[in-house]
Design a protein around this ligand. Structure first.
Ligand code: SF4
Length: 428
């Protein structure tokens, strides 16, 4: 039986429980899979072990068909014992790579568990290598280590490492910076909607080209497209940018609220935004209505994984009619999530952090219709008769914006529809 939690009082905030314990989340290296697709002339050089190389190769198997844009410089046992000069070796690997690949415009040195354990200073190495290859490309370093990062935090570290390279925004001008990796098709749609609102001073960070670095300064208004970018926001605000408090562009309400928050910085009222975007909103409502029936009245449980859990829960409850048994998220940045927490309201069981055993015990107690979780947990839960959805799929799929609303709902509907088909099949 599922525990049904009623739609919340919008003025109150959820009760937050904090848990600390074992977690089962991919490390930050995983973010390279979607970052390398987005920044098309960047190269990611992981300084790690064979385990790191295997993770990347198996997660991004398709890359064997293309000229790869990531690789692993393997730290051998000698290096781990501190016997070899890793820096010398790294310089050699980088020089060879750059000689072979003149198309690379940005090189990321990506730290891993092994490089962290031996305290290899990759930021220093990046600065040294930048000196050697001065005008040829930009080089920076970030950590994707499983000790320090989950898969979405990998993107946060990557973007934060680029902030010092952003040019200065000229005094007196105001520009919007949309921060967080989006699919090209979503960027196009968003640019169109911003133009409909009369906002043309818009940059996307990261951009498809590594050299397209948006300017930053006191006139920059930061609008987050992804909720897991705490360190990037800190770095941008240190350079004078102002964070716009907004929901995330997931679902119709979230997307509309996102545009309204941006537009208010340009002096436009919410009514004007609703009027300008009435057509895409109506189209999204129509397409969502076709999927909603498969989700309505069902219950969903979020285990902590991607940091997208809160806006997704808000969408599934408010726009798809689902009930929430629990919403758990690995980290909760209350500033970045302020608008979403208000929308989620009270009466929702919200858990920050992870303690795998107790989290699984609560899934078994609530028996939700659908559990959104990491890949490692999904199989055992399926074997126990639970229907699951891998949260990492939500990172790889374009789900933001009006035109993607039905696809987003469809990702959650699919396991439930399949289950019904199986039930029907077993009776016929
Ligand atoms: Fe494993 Fe750490 Fe390498 Fe990630 S960074 S693949 S967790 S060893």
């Amino acid at each position: 039986m599922s525990q049904v939690i009623a739609r919340a009082d919008a003025d109150a905030l959820p009760d937050i429980t904090t848990e600390r314990g074992e977690r089962a989340v991919f490390c930050g290296l995983t973010s390279i899979i979607w970052l390398h697709r987005r920044i098309q002339d960047a190269f990611f050089l992981v300084v790690g072990s064979r385990t790191c190389a295997h993770l990347l190769q198996s997660a991004a198997g398709v890359m064997i068909f293309a000229e790869p844009r990531f690789a692993t410089a393997i730290l051998g046992e000698r290096d781990l014992a501190g016997m070899a000069d890793c820096h010398e070796e790294l310089d050699r690997v980088v020089s060879e790579l750059l000689a072979r690949r003149p198309d690379i415009r940005r090189l990321f040195l990506v730290g891993s568990c092994p490089s962290e354990v031996i305290k290899l200073d990759l930021a220093n190495a990046a600065a040294r290598l930048q000196g050697v290859h001065e005008n040829r490309l930009r080089i920076s370093a970030f950590s994707g280590s499983g000790i320090e990062t989950t898969f979405t935090q990998g993107e946060d570290q990557c973007l934060a490492s680029m902030v010092p390279d952003l040019p200065v925004l000229s005094e007196g001008s105001q520009r919007l910076m949309v921060v967080g990796t989006l699919a090209d098709i979503v960027e196009e749609q968003f640019r169109r909607h911003f133009a409909q609102l009369g906002i043309t001073e818009v940059d996307f960070f990261p951009a498809a080209r590594a050299d397209d670095l948006p300017p930053v300064g006191p006139g920059t208004r930061v609008l987050l497209a992804q909720p897991y970018l705490s360190d990037t926001v800190t770095a941008l605000t240190k350079r004078g940018a102002k964070l716009v408090s907004a929901p995330y562009p997931l679902g119709i309400e979230g997307t509309l609220g996102w545009f309204e928050a941006a537009a208010s910085e340009w002096g436009h009222h919410a009514e004007a935004v609703q009027e300008a975007l009435a057509i895409p909103v109506a189209r999204a409502q129509k397409s969502l209505a076709r999927v909603r029936g498969s989700l309505e009245g069902r219950s969903v449980h979020f285990l902590p994984d991607s940091q997208l859990e809160i806006p997704l829960a808000r969408f599934l409850r408010d726009e798809c009619g689902m009930s929430l048994t629990e919403v758990a998220t690995p980290y909760l940045d209350q500033t970045l999530m302020a608008d979403e927490l208000r929308r989620l309201g009270s009466g929702v069981s919200l858990v920050e952090g992870s303690d795998l055993d107790s989290a699984l015990a609560r899934v078994r107690e609530h028996r939700p219709d659908l559990t959104v979780c990491g890949m490692g947990i999904a199989n055992p839960l399926e074997a126990e008769g639970f229907r699951t959805k891998w949260s990492i799929e939500l990172i790889f799929t374009p789900i933001q914006g009006f035109d993607q609303v039905a696809d987003l709902a469809g990702l959650f509907a699919r396991p439930l529809v399949r289950e019904r088909q199986l039930e029907v099949g077993s009776w016929s």
